[in-house]
Design a protein around this ligand. Structure first.
Ligand SMILES: NC(=O)c1ccc[n+]([C@@H]2O[C@H](COP(=O)([O-])OP(=O)(O)OC[C@H]3O[C@@H](n4cnc5c(N)ncnc54)[C@H](O)[C@@H]3O)[C@@H](O)[C@H]2O)c1
Length: 378
């Protein structure tokens, strides 16, 4: 079967620009895809650095203004891997230009931005996807399969954390390159939009919609020097965020994220407890799940530690041989491969912008509840 060429324009060459570029290069080598991705152009504002990124990853051309990239007739797909304050404007312009759009998370800085973005891609009928890549971890997908097969029965509890420790120092500035996450104007929020958004997206995928939340947030360091202006300014982001909530299916949950948990670098954990079974997964050991099945014979019943490397585990037949594991970068390759497969078949590939909007509605409710000190409906 001859493959259609798909010309990609990437915006942003930072952390995510690298993970996405790697996925664009690898997906067609490991998955049978209906498209042949071409790394057509990369865009960022510094011409020298964008040139050297393009040379390293094999992009055919560069742009320093994303508007110029969107106007190019030779670009089919715009991939947004730049900071959160750029997502809405770029995605809406790209959709209006008839491009496919993939956007990093959180979709918008808030649900109002995410709604405008969702309406734009839906009005233009362009394929769209948000990079909530943890839905593509084989172990997490296995939990989803077991849930869908009814192995857990009624769900009672969901528990999620995302713990980091990189902003503890009082001397860390806010804003600018590498530190835009601390600048509320750029990021939209702190750990709620940056970290909890991941937990919430996975949770709603596994366990359905969240209906109401009760939250606390804290900003431990109240002032920091701004990297771009040099001024000491109030810190507007939440450094830590925790909430309890109810899901539509009646289950209860706790969520916690912080950048002040000394010793933890990117500890995303999730646990789900049902009537018949429980499962636990953590990002630091991402190729395993812990699984307890109460229907096992009592004498040997216990937590199983499942190594997700076999050919019948999600995605694994595309990689090496049983026993050999894959890692973080593969989640992006899986997500891109799924997007191309779905697009080729005229289907949408979740999480779509509408799914990203659902998560932004929960993070908005979390921030609202922390302020009001009341339960808030999503
Ligand atoms: N899916 C995930 O797990 C995950 C992980 C990290 C970051 N993210 C998200 O990815 C996005 C980027 O984060 P990052 O960690 O890669 O950031 P980064 O700071 O490493 O890179 C951002 C890039 O955007 C470029 N950029 C900034 N403003 C621009 C503009 N106006 N036009 C063109 N380029 C511009 C910068 O030059 C830089 O190359 C954010 O939305 C973030 O929340 C997602």
């Amino acid at each position: 079967m001859s493959k259609k060429n798909l010309n990609i324009g990437l915006i942003g060459y930072g952390f995510m620009g690298r993970t996405h570029s790697n996925a664009f290069l690898q997906a067609g080598r490991f998955f049978d895809l209906p498209y042949k991705p071409t790394l057509k152009a990369v865009c960022a504002r510094n011409p020298d650095r964008v040139k050297s990124f393009a040379a390293n990853w094999g992009y055919e051309s560069i742009e320093t203004d994303w508007r110029a990239m969107i106007e190019r007739p030779d670009i089919d797909l715009i991939d947004i891997a730049s900071p959160n304050d750029t997502h809405a404007e770029i995605a809406i312009a790209a959709a209006r230009a008839g491009k496919m759009v993939m956007c990093e998370k959180p979709l918008g800085r808030n649900a109002a931005e995410a709604l405008a973005m969702t309406e734009a891609v839906e009005a233009a009928s362009v394929p769209n996807m948000v990079w909530y890549n943890y839905r593509r971890v084989p172990g997490v997908v296995l939990i989803k399969q077991l849930l869908d097969e009814g192995k857990f029965g009624r769900i009672f509890h969901y528990r999620a954390k995302f713990l980091q420790d990189w902003t503890i120092s009082q001397d860390l500035p806010q804003g600018g390159e590498g530190l835009w996450r601390l600048d509320v104007a750029v990021a939209g929020s702190g750990v709620t939009g940056d970290l909890l958004a991941h937990n919430i997206d996975t949770a709603m995928w596994l366990n359905g919609p969240i209906t109401e939340v009760s939250a606390v947030t804290e900003t431990f360091i109240k002032e920091r020097k701004h990297n771009l202006t040099g001024d000491v300014q109030p810190v507007g982001i939440d450094d830590a965020s925790a909430f309890i909530c109810r899901f539509e299916n009646g289950s209860l949950a706790t969520f916690e994220a912080t950048r002040y948990a000394r010793g933890h670098k990117a500890l995303y954990t999730l646990e789900i407890n049902g009537e018949h079974a429980s499962a636990f997964w953590d990002l630091h050991d991402l190729h395993r799940i812990q699984y307890f099945d109460h229907q096992d014979e009592g004498r040997v019943r216990g937590w199983r530690n499942v190594h997700i490397t076999d050919g019948d585990h999600p995605y694994m037949k595309h990689w090496w041989v049983p026993g050999l594991q894959i890692g973080y970068e593969h989640t992006f390759t899986h997500q891109f491969a799924d997007f191309l497969q779905a697009t080729g078949e005229g289907r949408s590939s979740a999480p779509t912008f509408r799914d990203g909007l659902a998560t932004d509605r929960v993070t908005d409710a979390v921030l609202k509840s922390a302020k009001s000190r009341k339960w808030e409906t999503v």
